[in-house]
Design a protein around this ligand. Structure first.
Ligand code: NGS
Length: 286
């Protein structure tokens, strides 16, 4: 069995032990030099995080946000993600918590929609969140003005990704980093549970929005800038184009309201120092 079967116990230790900088130049540096690279405020901000990956400013913020990160086998990305996101969200003064929703089983396809739906339900059982940010682990926001908050309609935050030359690859893209209130997510019936493997689940979500006449809201292109970690695309979902033909027909019955019936189960939930870890067994899917 793979490391994904176990709670991600040692990721925080790795953060202390490993040199983590987005540039490769520092790979050989000693641990002691790390704070010199990142600056002491970074380390203070990580120290401030409460167990389970939570933090709130002293002054009251009306909006509580949960960051939901579907995950499998990208340990190096997760480490860098946590290292950057905690200070970023603290600089924005957000009241937040980070949840990593891991899928068990390396040999099976990655079912992001199921992880998102189960993540949504679990997170709202754990806290009274006003806004859920659905976040790829390989995207890092570059600009502190890109406020992690919800809007009157679902928000697409990763507008300008380096990989796409900081331009939208197509007008209705709704993948990467998106923010929805619980009410918006319920109205759309969450994500489809049928997309396993890379691609399409976000386009299916856009179709749900279109059906409900919800326009995507976005920050400006010069603010919604992201760095994407380089990696191979996952095992592609060959069914995705066919599935996208039936999006409207499935929208009301395939999603949040039937995720309890798709034989996916939560196998553990644990509080780590920089995140809450929920492990899901989605079973065998094609
Ligand atoms: C589209 C995919 C989306 C994906 C987007 C950007 O082609 O799911 O590329 O992908 N749609 C289909 O495959 C139908 S990215 O390179 O950012 O991972 O989000």
């Amino acid at each position: 069995s793979s490391e994904d079967d176990q709670p991600l116990m040692n990721v925080e230790d790795d953060i202390v032990d490993t040199n983590l900088s987005l540039s490769n130049e520092t790979d050989d540096q000693e641990v002691g030099e790390e704070s010199a690279v990142l600056g002491d405020p970074w380390m203070d901000m990580l120290d401030n995080v409460k167990v389970g990956g939570k933090w709130a400013p002293d002054t009251n913020v009306w909006e509580k946000i949960a960051i939901v990160v579907p995950y499998r086998g990208r340990r190096a990305h997760l480490k860098m993600f946590l290292l950057y996101m905690h200070p970023f969200l603290q600089r924005q003064g957000r009241d937040y918590a980070i949840y990593v929703i891991g899928q068990r089983g390396q040999e099976l396809k990655f079912c992001k929609g199921i992880l998102y739906n189960i993540g949504f339900i679990s997170v709202l059982k754990d806290g009274d969140y006003d806004c859920i940010i659905f976040h790829d682990v390989d995207l890092i926001p570059e600009d502190d003005r890109n406020i992690y908050t919800c809007g009157d309609t679902p928000r697409h935050l990763s507008v300008a990704v380096d990989k796409f030359n900081y331009k939208l690859p197509y007008k209705n893209i709704f993948g990467g980093v998106v923010a929805m209130t619980p009410a918006q997510y319920r109205l759309l019936n969450g994500y489809s549970n049928l997309f396993c493997g890379w691609g399409g689940e976000d386009d299916d979500m856009y179709k749900r929005m279109h059906k409900h006449k919800l326009e995507i809201s976005r920050p400006d292109e010069d603010i919604g800038r992201y760095t994407m970690f380089q990696h191979e695309l996952g095992d592609e979902n060959k069914q995705r184009f066919n599935l996208l033909k039936t999006s409207d027909l499935r929208a009301d019955k395939d999603g949040l309201n039937n995720v309890g019936k798709v034989r996916a189960k939560i196998t553990s939930m644990s509080r780590q120092r920089l995140f809450t870890h929920i492990v899901v067994n989605v079973g065998k899917r094609y």
